[in-house]
Write a protein that binds this ligand. Structure first.
Ligand code: GLC
Length: 566
């Protein structure tokens, strides 16, 4: 496959459209709201937008449950609005990636409705529908797989013995990629949007599109739900490569487009390389999950605070593992978080050192090997909003399923709320505050999800812009640096070395290329000493106003971070 690689001097930005900016007062962000902020995004310095799904959807799972792939969600606008957005983005040198859900549709998709209504229709074969088991008169699911939403992965079709498979919400039936007719439908959808001018796709949940042939029971032990979360059965199976090869051959390779797969399910860099290597990988990059949740927060409801600390050594090793396999052979995206995670400021940074930690996280990510993707709101240092009640979190399909599961396991509501406040992905979805007016200027109506309180106290775009030392102004400056040809060349082609990788507090790395670029970041909310024997030629970026370097020892203040030329 020929790569034109326009994304290699790019910086990406992830948009959760529902929460970006509402232009018509219905409480939901929309395409015209986004369009009105294209100058803002250009000035920030980003030039690739991954927009989470914008297709017509009953919104069980924030639009990942698609009802009609050919129609823009009326909450977000019209097909014409999308055309305008694409055109105006291109005028500003910004490329658009749409988010394509390939693993499932909504139960309200025409295909699924037909599939349920008529067992003999073509669409029946688009889904994974099997007879349940009858044991002692009781109807049980066809196998013991667990969904990612903490329930059986099967839902009964009312009035029948049939079940459909759903790895995510019960309202999102999985489609059957082993069916060539189904694959053709997705090829047509992708072609349609590429012909309309989009520049590529984020391919949702591709890790899961192939299932173990015959759909056997997992032989692993069930968890507290009584079912088995077994990625061997439905993640990163070899057929994924075949399906994506065909997709590339028939569609992607005919366009100058970027394809970034979402590869969860514990994919290894070696497995990923088959999908993304520059020689014959069918897609361009994959988002892996190895650098998120390195603070013990995942599945942490029963853990005490000591077990919920950032494991910086592991984080560094994970970056290095992926670098070592992908460098020279494949492109890689970099990110701290997206719409599926709590805010990185609350995960790895600190609200007590909001400005310092937001800048530190940016410097550290921006100069690693890969194409950085910033998640909306990171540029103003948004933290988790800590909603006051469990019900506030029911705006998310995952939480609607998780909370009953946790209650069944005997956790108190206080423990569940604390867990949600720390770990819910809804935290990353609170609307963007554009100013300090009511609802942060996000909407003139009632926002679909409450904003946190912080926008009233300076954490909003306008106030951030007005402060010369703010996070947002630092972002602009740092991204400008990242995109300078010499620096970009060094980051992408220089040799990366992580210095003192076993150091539990300091993330220090060196890129040895056209330039010698070094990042030194203290990831702790306290002072840490760090031995340093390099000659500093230039301090390119720094988040404090003085340097404490004495007799080859840095005194690094909380979240102090440098980009140096050495
Ligand atoms: C991806 C999306 C997530 C969604 C899931 C099911 O992981 O990022 O938001 O819930 O797929 O589509």
């Amino acid at each position: 496959m020929e790569h034109k690689q326009w994304w290699l001097d790019g910086v990406g930005y992830i948009i959760y459209p529902q929460s970006f900016l509402d232009s018509n007062g219905d409480g939901f962000g929309d395409l015209n709201g986004l369009r009105s902020k294209l100058d803002y995004l250009r000035d920030l310095g980003v030039n690739i937008l991954w927009i989470c799904p914008i297709f017509d959807s009953p919104m069980d799972d924030g639009g990942y449950d698609v009802r009609d792939y050919y129609k823009v969600n009326p909450l977000y606008g019209s097909n014409e609005d999308l055309d305008c957005l694409i055109r105006e983005a291109h005028e500003r040198g910004i490329r658009i990636l749409l988010d394509l859900t390939l693993n499932h549709t909504s139960i309200e998709h025409e295909w699924f409705k037909k599939a349920v209504a008529d067992p003999n229709c073509e669409e029946r074969g688009y889904y994974i529908i099997r007879k349940g088991k009858r044991e002692n008169g009781k109807l049980l699911p066809p196998n013991n797989w667990e969904s990612f939403f903490f329930t059986s992965a099967w839902e009964n079709i009312e009035g029948t013995d049939d079940f459909y498979l759903h790895l995510f919400s019960p309202k999102m039936p999985d489609v059957d990629w082993s069916n060539p007719k189904l694959r053709e439908r997705y090829h047509e959808i992708a072609r349609h949007y590429l012909d309309r001018g989009v520049d590529g796709f984020r391919l949702d949940a591709i890790a899961h599109i192939a299932k173990a042939p015959g759909l056997p029971d997992s032989t692993k032990a069930p968890d507290s739900t009584g079912f088995v979360p077994d990625t061997d059965m439905y993640s990163n199976r070899p057929e994924v490569l075949d399906y994506l090869r065909e997709f590339n051959e028939l569609v992607f390779s005919h366009y100058d487009c970027l394809t970034v797969g979402e590869a969860g399910g514990c994919i290894s860099p070696e497995q990923a390389l088959k999908l993304v290597n520059k020689k014959d990988g069918p897609i361009n990059m994959v988002f892996n999950f190895d650098c998120v949740w390195q603070n013990g927060a995942w599945d942490s409801i029963g853990k005490n605070p000591e077990e919920r600390q950032l494991d910086l050594v592991n984080l560094k090793k994970n970056f290095l593992r992926w670098y070592e396999v992908c460098h020279k052979q494949a492109d890689m995206p970099l990110y701290w978080c997206n719409h599926d995670h709590p805010r990185v400021l609350s995960q790895y940074g600190s609200k007590d050192y909001r400005t310092e930690s937001a800048k530190c996280l940016l410097i550290t990510l921006l100069f690693l090997y890969g194409t950085p993707f910033i998640y909306q709101g990171e540029e103003i240092g948004m933290a988790n909003p800590a909603y006051p009640s469990i019900e506030d979190y029911f705006a998310d399909a995952g939480e609607r399923c998780e909370v009953p599961a946790l209650r069944k396991q005997g956790y108190s509501d206080a423990a569940i709320l604390d867990n949600l406040q720390r770990t819910s992905r809804l935290s990353g979805r609170s609307p963007i505050p554009w100013n300090h007016n009511e609802n942060g200027g996000f909407t003139s109506g009632t926002p679909w999800l409450k904003l946190g309180e912080e926008y009233k106290h300076g954490i909003n775009v306008l106030d951030e812009m007005n402060d010369p030392w703010s996070i947002i102004n630092f972002y602009q400056y740092a991204i400008l640096k990242r995109r300078l040809p010499d620096i970009n060349e060094t980051v992408l082609n220089g040799e990366l070395q992580i210095i003192d990788i076993e150091n539990p507090d300091i993330f220090c790395y060196l890129h040895d290329g056209t330039e010698k670029l070094m990042v030194v970041s203290n990831f702790r909310p306290y002072e840490v000493k760090f031995d340093f024997y390099w000659r500093i030629k230039d301090v390119v970026l720094h988040n404090y106003d003085s340097v404490l370097l004495d007799n080859h020892t840095f005194t690094l203040r909380p979240f102090e971070s440098f980009l140096l030329k050495v």
